[in-house]
Design a protein around this ligand. Structure first.
Ligand code: PEP
Length: 250
């Protein structure tokens, strides 16, 4: 049984003042609750870890370098994220792919580094609008999975996030049938490559304009094990609304 996960990606948003939003979120969490993860900017990780002491909300980074340490100005290693209190890291987000030129092979190396540091990797895959028009979405997603996911997958160290790039921050979402088709495909690929036991235990998140109003119907689609949520994770009210939808039956 895969437990649903609500993962909030704050991106480059948030300062110390935003920690109050986390206090509000903690007060609004339902019981029972799905698994909840917040990935704030790295500058907030340590303070947020202190704020979340004793709470069941986990913390994650938004990327990491493939090396453990060294001359990489501005970068952060997976071990540093773990040291600051993170248990997860988002890798290969489309904004990192587009703005920082991260390739599938870079993401594979980062995933291995995350695992070496004991972090679970949330590997993002998904097609752009142009790719959707020109190529089969499943070919794009299958290629990204084959090249960016290393071999040593377990049910705990990997989470796959399907994020159609054209749905991120746009208010547009694929139809429920389209989401189901891609998630079923990802599940089949995981089972084929890693065997049915591991393949069935890896969680697959949907990301792209998930809101309190659409979370329940998306969460009910086959092989949707939760959401990777950007904009709507920034306010306690919206994130709690999504968490409530994902917690139904938790
Ligand atoms: C994201 O960037 O991972 C994301 C899903 O963003 P949003 O929820 O704002 O579309």
């Amino acid at each position: 049984m895969r437990r649903k996960l609500a993962a909030g990606n704050w991106k480059m948003n948030g300062t110390g003042e935003s920690l109050a939003e986390v206090d509000r979120l903690l007060r609004a969490l339902p019981d029972p609750c799905c698994e909840v993860l917040i990935c704030p900017p790295a500058t907030l990780l340590h303070r947020m870890a202190a704020r979340l002491e004793g709470a069941t909300v986990a913390l994650g980074g938004q990327t990491c370098h493939a090396a453990t340490c060294g001359a990489h100005t501005g970068d952060i290693s997976a071990a540093m994220l773990a040291d600051a209190g993170a248990s997860h890291v988002i890798l290969g987000h489309s904004e990192r792919r587009a703005e920082h030129g991260e390739s599938d092979l870079d993401i594979r190396a980062m995933t291995e580094a995350a695992w070496d540091a004991g972090l679970a990797a949330i590997v993002c895959v998904g097609e752009t609008d142009a790719e959707r028009e020109a190529v089969n979405t499943l070919d794009i997603v299958g290629g990204q999975m084959a090249s960016s996911i290393p071999d040593a997958v377990t049910g705990e160290n990997l989470i796959v996030a399907y994020e159609p790039v054209w749905a991120i921050g746009t208010g547009r979402t694929p139809s429920l049938d389209e989401i189901g088709e891609v998630h079923d495909f990802i599940r089949a690929r995981l089972e084929r490559r890693f065997g049915p036991g591991v393949g069935r235990s890896v969680r697959i998140l949907y990301g792209g304009s998930m809101k309190p109003g659409n979370a329940a119907e998306i969460a009910a689609v086959s092989n949707v094990d939760g959401g990777l949520i950007g904009g709507a994770s920034l306010t306690a009210d919206d994130f709690a609304g999504i968490i409530r939808a994902l917690s139904a039956g938790a």
